[in-house]
Design a binder for this molecule. Structure first.
Ligand SMILES: N[C@@H](CCC(=O)N[C@@H](CS)C(=O)NCC(=O)O)C(=O)O
Length: 209
């Protein structure tokens, strides 16, 4: 196995928590680099060489530099596995694993970003309450889907009967909504799922600072 030489460009509470959570679960050693987290100008001009969009996370492994938190999770599990954090094509839950893995950034993220922007990030004069309400209504629909489809039949985790990247993808979005106090209306089963995931020791280390 290639030896990891990993630097994670990180900010607390950011999507960098996702790949960090994977590395904590897998026991992969890493170093954290913390660009100054000023919205719209993360890391200043110097950081543009790492990520021209000035977002976190970015991940460097030796000479390999990559962006996108979900892709990083797949990279880490693919390169430094085997690990139970993935569901493989020969397993019955492969399709639902992929579905929830991508749901976190492809679907949930659109609603969550709107809520964040129009309840917290934008200067007050630029916030649009109707957009924040629309985002919240969408987010609650996503949570219903989580309850009815994701956690149906007493499932503890979304796929493969164990904690996987799909859970990391989704729980991070729930975490953001928890931080900005938008958890009212979330079904009990989703609340319990969030508590279950964030009770893991690996979560505590990944979100510690
Ligand atoms: N789809 C990207 C999104 C990256 C992203 O939006 N990161 C946020 C933090 S969670 C950021 O750096 N925001 C700073 C800004 O927009 O100024 C990923 O999953 O890595």
């Amino acid at each position: 196995m290639t030896k990891p030489d990993i630097t994670l460009f990180y900010a607390p509470m950011s999507r960098a928590v996702r790949p960090r959570w994977v590395m904590e679960e897998m026991g992969i050693p890493y170093t954290l680099e913390r660009p100054d987290f000023t919205h719209g100008n993360v890391g200043g001009d110097a950081y543009k060489a790492i990520n021209p969009l000035q977002k976190v996370p970015a991940l460097k492994d030796g000479d390999t530099l990559m962006l996108e938190s979900l892709a990083m999770m797949q990279y880490l599990t693919g390169k430094y596995g085997p690990t139970d954090l993935i569901v493989t094509p020969d397993e019955p839950d492969y399709a639902r694993y992929l579905e929830w893995l991508h749901f976190g950034e492809a679907t949930m993220c659109t609603a969550v970003n709107l809520i964040l922007a129009h309840s917290t990030l934008l200067p007050e004069a630029q916030r649009n309450p109707a957009l924040a309400r629309w985002g919240k209504a969408e987010f609650l629909k996503h949570c219903e889907l989580l309850e009815d489809r994701g956690l149906a039949k007493g499932r503890e985790w979304l796929a493969g009967n164990c904690f996987t990247l799909a859970d990391i993808s989704i729980v991070y979005m729930l975490y953001l909504m928890k931080i900005v106090k938008q958890f009212d209306g979330v079904p009990d089963s989703v609340n319990a799922y969030f508590k279950r995931a964030t009770a893991l020791e690996s979560w505590k280390r990944a979100s510690a600072d």
